[in-house]
Design a protein. Structure first.
Length: 422
């Protein structure tokens, strides 16, 4: 569902395909039957008109051949028109050589072309992929049909009506079909594009939700778990310790369920393409520098649960763009969250250096000195650093992370102040 309606691509059904196939077959059968009957009636009416030995049956045979060939007029239209043209030439020559053999009317009043010639000319222009060849054959057929050398207006008009006019009609039909096909293809393409845009918007929204849940909710819940664990250790009241342990266990379970939920929202396809793009619109207010977005608050939150953190900021923080500010905030937030989960008892240094055209960030910690809470360490989606890398690359920055020789861990990133270059 997108924009108030469900977008479903157009699907051609087998029933509609069979209907479209049946109609041409039925029309061809009717056409062929009518033409054959007409030719037979003409031949019967001229049996006793003093024709040669094989007339008028020879003419009937030629007419039937042209009619039968019409069956393939949609597949081989030029072949059909060629047969009709050759038949017209033979009929004209037979009038001079053997009068009455192929043409029943030899008094010069008729048009000496097959009855199927108009349909052959029409089909050639409509269905042929070589319109030049179709018009050349139509021109020859028109010349034979009009018999321009006789200078008869009636014959010329009848010949044009039976050959050129069907071809012109075919040209109109072909142009109309081409226009309809182009409009249909454009509409289907627009429908497909709308469907893809809706799918992309849905995927982006899912990934945005997954990113915000990981960045914000996981950070806060992990703080609650650590505070509950600290309360359990320092409290002398057995009841308070039990409640603190229950709170810590519930927090760990919430983090585990959150990881599963984030995994459902962030599909592999969408995570690969848009995970960084959508994070810039939510979570933290834009329009101010990195420091104003709460790096000091992040540090104080970690200190409150026993993490030794030192924050160092050098340079003019006001020059940072909102996009860069949000990205830097997420980097520091993820680094401190991972320290609390995976490196208890370590020392942490957060360094931010503002330069003329970039911001350099580093979050590094020493090796853990206390036992790791396995339940807390296994919580989360496990995609925080990967999502950060994609977010940083989107704004044109660099992002590196990995273990340190002393057993600690480091995250380093360089962000351009002008995020539009990304």
């Amino acid at each position: 569902m997108y924009g108030g309606g469900l977008v479903v691509p157009h699907v051609k059904t087998a029933g509609s395909q069979r209907t479209r196939t049946f109609r041409p077959v039925a029309s061809d059968l009717v056409l062929l039957t009518a033409l054959i009957v007409a030719n037979v009636l003409v031949a019967i009416g001229n049996v006793d008109n003093g024709h040669p030995r094989f007339g008028p049956w020879a003419g009937l045979g030629l007419q039937v051949v042209v009619v039968v060939v019409l069956v393939v007029r949609r597949v081989w239209p030029l072949l059909v028109l060629g047969v009709a043209t050759v038949s017209a030439v033979l009929m004209s020559l037979s009038v001079w050589w053997v009068p009455g053999l192929l043409v029943t009317s030899v008094d010069g009043s008729g048009v000496w072309v097959p009855l199927a010639a108009p349909f052959a000319a029409y089909s050639a222009v409509v269905y042929s992929s070589r319109p030049r060849g179709a018009w050349v054959l139509t021109g020859v057929l028109t010349v034979v049909a009009t018999r321009l050398w006789e200078l008869s207006f009636a014959v010329a008009a009848s010949g044009v009506l039976l050959t050129a006019v069907p071809a012109l009609l075919g040209m109109y039909v072909a142009a109309r079909r081409g226009l309809i096909a182009a409009l249909t293809e454009r509409a289907e393409r627009a429908e497909r594009e709308q469907f893809l845009l809706a799918e992309r918007a849905r995927a982006e929204e899912r990934v945005r939700l997954a990113g915000e849940m990981h960045d914000v909710v996981t950070h806060r819940v992990s703080l609650m778990v650590l505070q509950a664990g600290a309360l359990r250790v320092v409290s002398s009241d057995e009841r308070v310790r039990a409640e603190a342990e229950g709170l810590r266990a519930a927090g760990c379970q919430a983090l585990e369920e959150l990881r599963d939920l984030v995994g459902v929202l962030r599909s592999p396809e969408s995570a690969a393409g848009v995970v960084g793009a959508v994070g810039d619109s939510g979570g933290v207010s834009g329009g101010v520098g990195v420091g104003d977005l709460g790096l000091s608050v992040l540090v104080e939150e970690s200190r409150a649960v026993g993490v030794e953190v030192e924050l160092s900021e050098v340079g003019d923080r006001s020059v940072s763009s909102p996009v860069v500010a949000r990205t830097a905030y997420r980097i520091v937030q993820e680094g401190l969250t991972n320290v609390r989960k995976h490196a208890p008892g370590c020392g942490v240094w957060v360094e931010v250096r503002y330069e003329a055209d970039r911001v350099r960030l580093r979050v590094r910690n020493t090796a853990p000195t206390a036992a790791v809470d396995r339940e807390l360490a296994s919580s989360g989606s496990g995609s925080g650093l990967t999502g950060l890398r994609q977010r940083v690359e989107l704004v044109g920055g660099t992002f590196e992370f990995g273990p340190r020789p002393d057993g600690g861990f480091h995250i380093e990133s360089v962000l351009p102040l002008d995020a539009s270059h990304g």
